[in-house]
Design a protein around this ligand. Structure first.
Ligand SMILES: [Cu+2]
Ligand SMILES: [Zn+2]
Length: 194
């Protein structure tokens, strides 16, 4: 039995030595390809992930990640500690969550000076008017949102979300009350900073 194992091992060794040069070349080529792809991905995809901080005596925490590819920003917000029901989520104008009620983040981010409304509404909407989401008994929430009206760090004041804040509200956005949809207390906040 041992003998069989040994001869198998030497066969494998022979094969290994024989192929070594070619393997090495293939390995190097593969490495180059991987490096090129990584460089391309770095160029194409910008990402920022930020933690949500509980505010207004809530226990709502979580995180929000933004990624930009080919001119479209995709947002994924994951939250827990919410009350069951409908909650609003917006981008507010300042990445400052320092006050206990998160009002330090200012009003809705509205670089184009439009009325507050539902995203895409003909009557107007703020660039921060993401909308509402539903939460069940387990208190967790997940929001996915994509738009080509935002960018990550492009420097265009009408699009750039860097330096703004994600704010989650205790209540629902009615999409009509001005200037912010009467969504109630700010229960969680995250500054969009790197
Ligand atoms: Cu808000
Ligand atoms: Zn608004």
């Amino acid at each position: 039995m041992k003998k069989v194992q040994l001869s198998l091992l030497s066969l494998a060794l022979l094969a290994f030595v024989g192929c070594k040069n070619e393997t090495k070349k293939a390995e190097e080529e593969a490495k180059e390809v991987v490096e090129e792809v990584v460089e391309e991905v770095k160029k194409e995809v910008k990402t920022v992930t930020i933690p949500l901080e509980a505010k207004s005596e809530s226990s709502v925490t979580g995180n929000v990640s933004f990624s930009e590819k080919e001119g479209v920003v995709h947002m994924v917000a994951k939250m827990s500690g919410l009350t069951a029901g409908t909650h609003a989520i917006h981008l507010h104008e300042k990445a400052d969550c320092s006050s206990a009620d998160a009002k330090s983040s200012g009003g809705h981010w509205n670089p184009t000076f439009k009325d507050h409304g539902a995203w895409g509404a003909e009557t107007g909407y703020h660039k921060g008017d993401i909308g509402n989401f539903e939460v069940g008994e387990d208190g967790t929430g997940r929001v996915e949102f994509s738009t080509n009206e935002w960018c990550i760090g492009c420097g265009d004041n009408n699009k750039d979300i860097m330096g703004k804040a994600v704010v989650v509200h205790q209540g629902a956005d009615d999409f009509t009350s001005q200037p912010s949809g009467a969504a109630g207390a700010r229960v969680s906040c995250a500054g969009i900073i790197e």
